[in-house]
Design a protein around this ligand. Structure first.
Ligand SMILES: [Cu+2]
Length: 147
């Protein structure tokens, strides 16, 4: 293969990747309350914007401050609040998912390795099916903060 041919193929593959437009994911808000001493788990609330054009799925979350980060959903059954783990969270194109306490999705940090301290942000790494890894920073608020 001649050098000019190689250059041609290199140029077309760059152009192809630029046009392979997948979902554009942005984590615009990540918050958690400070944890009490000895508290083993903590909830994190995210706002995830998918500005399109395709749908995506949040598959995994990791943070160095906890043994695990699970995707949870919360729902009311009568007067009882029930929490369960979900394998993934779908985020349709051109939608914003806003997590809040009391209902819907949240991220549960389990096996906290250190307390969450108000004013000291912690890193979070989110893995999406299409967008890949998106890094975010969790702002830690007061123990009594309303999210
Ligand atoms: Cu939970």
């Amino acid at each position: 293969m001649r050098l000019t041919t190689l250059i041609f193929f290199a140029a077309t593959s760059i152009a192809a990747s630029a046009f392979a437009a997948g979902p554009t994911i942005e984590v615009s808000r990540a918050v958690a309350r400070a944890s009490a001493p000895g508290q083993p788990a903590a909830a994190v609330y995210l706002t995830i914007r998918n500005s399109g054009p395709g749908a995506d799925k949040l598959l995994r979350i990791a943070t160095p401050v906890a043994a695990a980060a699970e995707l949870h959903t919360m729902s009311m059954t009568g007067n009882v609040m029930k929490m369960r783990e979900v394998p993934e969270i779908a985020i349709a194109a051109n939608t914003t998912l806003t997590m809040a306490s009391g209902d819907g999705y949240h991220v549960m940090l389990t096996g906290l390795k250190q307390p969450l301290i108000a004013g000291q942000p912690v890193p979070l790494s989110l893995t999406f099916e299409k967008a890949g890894i998106v890094d975010a920073q969790v702002d830690v608020g007061a123990l009594t903060a309303a999210y």
